[in-house]
Each structure stands twice: as structure tokens, then as C-alpha cells.
Design a protein around this ligand. Structure first.
Ligand code: 4NP
Length: 154
């Protein structure tokens, strides 16, 4: 299988998709999988910003440093640069599909579809809640990351 290049997409690219990228990088590294990984937002509200400090803290608790990440918006070139684009929720999925250019080659899917028994589920937006929501986000994206790495290393 060619080296996977995976893009995780949420709304703001400061809470959920930075954690998904961090969890995937960690899971790939643990498994010795060579893969590209990045994240983006459908919205442009937070472009250039660091991940939310609660995401940084949740990742750090699990040994992952996500402070090199900066928010960016999903771009047309992403649909060919990446082999897979994973949406964190259904709104993100609909936006990603609606903006796909005609020459898009990336496979587009809902992230939690990778996790047996959690197909069709959203990774809920923790932005307006407390820090415990970010731990829940970490658990979900870590499960998905492990499932993706298992798929890519089969
Ligand atoms: P994210 O969370 O999509 O997981 O990065 C959000 C971050 C910011 C906003 C919404 C969701 N916002 O409305 O500013």
C-alpha cells in the first residue's frame, strides 16, 4: 500500500482535529507506520492559531505535544494532496463533500466509521464545555487512530 496521507477535519481546527492528528501521529509512530498527517477546519475563524489550550493539555497528558500545529482552513488542494480526509462530525462531512473539486481523489469519510460499533457517530464538539470533554474527545480520536493504523498496516 502506498504511504497514506491523512487529513482530519473539524469546524475550527483548534479542538478536535488537532487531537485527532496528534493521536494518529502517535499511533502510527508506535506501530512503525510511515504516514502523512495534518488537520484543517471547514471554517476560517481561527486560522494561524495554536490548538485550544484544553486540547494541548489533554494531548500532553497522553504524551503527545501538539503545540507545533497551527489552525488552517480546508483547501481545494487537500482533496488531491491527501489519500484520506476524515470528518469529525456529520456537518463537517457534508461541508467537505460540498466543497470537493471535480478532480478530488481523496477518500472522504466520517472518522468514527473506522471504529467497529461506532459507525455513524460524531466526535462531539467540546469547545463550549469543560476540560473533561477534551478527555472524551481524546479517547474517541485515539480509538479511531488505532483502528486506522491497524487498517493501514494490514
Ligand atoms: P473544533 O471546535 O471544530 O473542534 O476546533 C470549535 C472551535 C471553535 C469554534 C467551534 C468549534 N468556534 O465557533 O469558534
Amino acid at each position: 500500500m502506498p504511504k497514506p496521507r491523512v487529513l482530519f477535519v473539524c469546524l475550527g481546527n483548534i479542538c478536535r482535529s488537532p487531537l485527532a492528528e496528534g493521536a494518529f501521529r502517535q499511533a502510527a509512530s508506535d506501530a512503525g507506520l510511515e504516514a502523512g498527517a495534518d488537520s484543517a477546519g471547514t471554517a476560517n475563524y481561527h486560522v494561524g492559531k495554536l490548538p485550544d489550550e484544553r486540547s494541548i493539555a489533554a494531548a500532553r497528558e497522553h504524551g503527545v505535544d501538539i503545540t507545533a500545529q497551527r489552525a488552517r482552513q480546508l483547501a481545494a488542494a487537500d482533496y488531491t494532496r491527501f489519500t484520506h480526509i476524515f470528518a469529525l462530525d456529520e456537518d463537517n462531512l457534508a461541508d467537505i463533500r460540498a466543497r470537493a473539486p471535480k478532480d478530488a481523489t481523496a477518500e472522504i469519510a466520517l472518522l468514527m466509521d473506522a471504529v467497529p460499533g461506532q459507525e455513524g457517530e460524531a466526535v462531539a464538539d467540546p469547545y463550549y464545555g469543560g476540560p473533561e470533554g477534551f478527555q472524551q474527545t481524546w479517547r474517541e480520536v485515539r480509538m479511531a487512530a488505532e483502528a486506522l493504523v491497524a487498517r493501514f498496516t494490514r
